[in-house]
Design a protein around this ligand. Structure first.
Ligand SMILES: *[C@@H]1O[C@H](CO)[C@@H](O)[C@H](O)[C@H]1NC(C)=O
Ligand SMILES: *[C@@H]1O[C@H](CO)[C@@H](O)[C@H](O)[C@H]1NC(C)=O
Ligand SMILES: *[C@@H]1O[C@H](CO)[C@@H](O)[C@H](O)[C@H]1NC(C)=O
Length: 417
């Protein structure tokens, strides 16, 4: 989630009302659908769920999938430029992860990396917050979710000091949320929600040194070194980082520190520039720069690219209306690049309002991600935890008696079951 900024209205090429739906467009709707009901050649109108049908590239009786699946790549300039058009393997179709952000410890964090420690608001009843533990238990048991992202400000963990030294009392509060996540059996993403900055200055580029950032991660990783369910999210939404290669060096310092602290096999999420936008991950140079980050043993095993994408008109995640499924602009070119380079990405923030437009487009996005599950590990919705259910992008369930009720977008598109 980032502060709003203005860009041009994104085109809706993947979903326009015409005689035939384009690849990934909608081709029927169970209720009141008046748009096209047939698909362009090379795609098949496929039932996604009770809410919509979608033109999926490929068909049982055809082998012409490359025509449609390669289209987004040719419309995108990649710095690498050499990836041949590619398609998901037949085994793709099931995402490894689906989850929700459990927000609260990040409250007070601004895009300039100012996160006032006292503004952090633990989403736990014992600290007078929402019942984050109960929410996660519900999400796992009733919805089939299996991952939660637990954002926290650097300043909260270190008591407003630009160091790597954890304040025990504060870390104990955050760890209570991590443990509440782990007890559900889900995987738990530790997310430092600082936008590549501390107090307005960029890590390794005028702000805290890479050594300080590495010591922060060494100290956190040491706490969870032996737990395979912990995922290390190196940094939330870097943006306006002038030198992406220097930033990749900061990410490398964190990766080396996490591995050397004993967390040798867990997933580590590597974030690119421009608010981790999935749409510009390749074109803006983040992919090439972060593709050089390695484990101490020289491999890239379990180093996963972290990408975000919202569906509102300025990709800010601040509007309750969605205008795109992001497939042509973001997910298709990204999937091509990832497959070509043997890498994977995890969409750790996405979401929209509890509106008909978001139900349409997010269902389409999730369907595409599932179809490309060989290179896209999954998605994490924004957000529950301490957000009220009335927050425009709220995925916070409400509890009456012993029964939890989900928001409509969770029910329509995001919950795995
Ligand atoms: C379908 O259309 C009917 C008649 O216009 C309307 O009453 C109903 O609410 C619509 N259903 C949905 C789910 O939009
Ligand atoms: C950042 O990404 C958005 C789409 O997510 C794009 O419209 C915008 O142009 C990008 N900005 C830069 C500076 O690359
Ligand atoms: C990435 O975006 C920045 C603006 O945020 C721009 O200055 C830079 O040239 C872009 N890099 C590439 C490789 O496109």
């Amino acid at each position: 989630m980032k502060v709003a900024y203005s860009i041009a209205f994104l085109s809706l090429s993947a979903f326009s009302v015409s005689a035939q739906s384009t690849a990934w467009g909608q081709c029927a709707f169970s209720i009141n659908w008046t748009g096209p009901t047939t698909c362009v050649a090379g795609t098949t109108c496929t039932v996604i769920n009770a809410y919509y049908y979608q033109c999926i590239p490929g068909s049982p009786s055809s082998s012409t999938t490359s025509t449609t699946s390669s289209k987004p790549v040719t419309s995108t300039t990649s710095p690498s430029g050499t990836c041949a058009p590619n398609s998901p393997p037949a085994s793709a179709g099931t995402l490894r992860f689906a989850g929700v952000n459990i927000a609260g410890f990040d409250f007070g964090c601004n895009g300039d990396g100012n996160c006032e420690a006292s503004a952090a608001y633990p989403p736990l009843t014992q600290y007078y917050g929402a019942d984050g533990a109960g929410q996660m238990t519900h999400f796992v048991n009733d919805d089939g979710y299996n991952v939660f992202r637990l954002p926290v400000g650097w300043q909260f963990l270190t008591g407003n000091q630009p160091t790597g030294t954890l304040v025990d009392a504060n870390f104990a509060e955050y760890d209570a949320l991590v443990q509440a996540c782990l007890v559900t059996g889900a995987s738990c993403i530790i997310d430092i929600h600082n936008y590549a900055r501390y107090g307005g200055k960029i890590i390794g580029q005028g702000g805290p040194s890479n050594d300080i950032f590495a010591s922060l991660w060494a100290n956190i990783a040491a706490k969870y070194a032996t737990n395979p369910k912990i995922i290390f999210g190196v940094m939330n939404e870097p943006h306006d980082v002038p030198d992406i290669n220097l930033w990749a060096g900061s990410v490398q310092a964190a990766v080396t520190a996490i591995r050397n602290a004993g967390a040798k096999t867990q997933l580590i999420l590597l974030p690119g520039n421009n608010w981790t936008s999935a749409a510009t991950f390749v074109s803006n140079g983040s992919a090439d720069a972060l593709n050089k980050v390695i484990n101490p043993d020289g491999t890239k095993t379990n180093l996963i690219f972290d990408v975000h994408k919202y569906l509102d008109s300025d990709n800010s995640g601040t509007s309750a209306e969605c205008v795109t499924n992001n497939i042509a602009e973001a997910w298709a070119p990204l999937a091509q690049w990832l497959r070509c380079h043997g890498r994977q990405a995890f969409n750790t923030e996405t979401g929209g309002g509890n509106t008909a437009s978001c139900a349409l487009y997010i269902c389409q996005q999730v369907a595409f991600q599932k179809a490309n599950s060989d290179v896209i590990l999954g998605y994490v919705g924004w957000a529950a935890g301490n957000f009220y259910p009335t927050y425009p992008l709220g995925e916070t369930p409400t509890k009456v008696g012993t029964t939890w009720t989900d928001t409509s977008l969770v029910t329509a598109c995001l919950a795995p079951k």
